[in-house]
Design a protein. Structure first.
Length: 157
């Protein structure tokens, strides 16, 4: 048994080691920020944005309270707003995510709902969990074309 464990440890250490070139290629390179400009783009006392994502083309997408989601066009000149209805529920979106092709938004509470941009231009439901303790508040995707949603349920006692 000791031999097997020792062999596994040695094999893991061999495969987890990187040469200097790989370390340099994967290392973080800090950039100096010299200036930050903040300008008011939208003033709306009823808008409650809880999460946003920025696409590679500069489009800012967001989702929030009261069934609301939308986007700011890359040139920053036009805001687009929409409401996502589901039955008669008041949806609270607290998490958004994106792949190279789609925008996703997830509601908190039960039922937990995940919507994504559809081919028709409207959001479509892609996941639903109707459990009394369902509560999800984050999601993330890697650089992939097809999204895999990993859902970890929080147990609330």
């Amino acid at each position: 048994m000791k031999y097997i464990i020792s062999t596994l440890c040695i094999m893991l250490s061999m495969f987890s080691c990187k040469n200097e070139e790989e370390k340099k290629a994967n290392s973080f390179i800090p950039k100096e920020i010299k200036e930050v400009i903040i300008e008011e783009s939208l003033t709306d006392s009823t808008l409650n944005v809880r999460a946003f994502q920025i696409f590679e083309d500069g489009t800012l997408t967001f989702a929030g309270a009261n069934n609301t989601y939308g986007m700011l066009e890359p040139n920053g000149e036009r805001w687009l707003f929409s409401k996502q209805d589901y039955d008669s529920l008041k949806l609270e979106f607290r998490a958004v995510g994106k792949t190279t092709l789609d925008f996703f938004m997830m509601s908190v509470g039960s039922p937990a709902l995940v919507f994504k941009t559809g081919d028709s231009g409207k959001m479509e439901l892609v996941y639903k969990e109707d459990h009394e303790k369902a509560f999800y508040d984050s999601m993330a995707f890697g650089m992939i074309k097809k999204a895999l949603l990993l859902v970890i349920q929080q147990t609330i006692v």
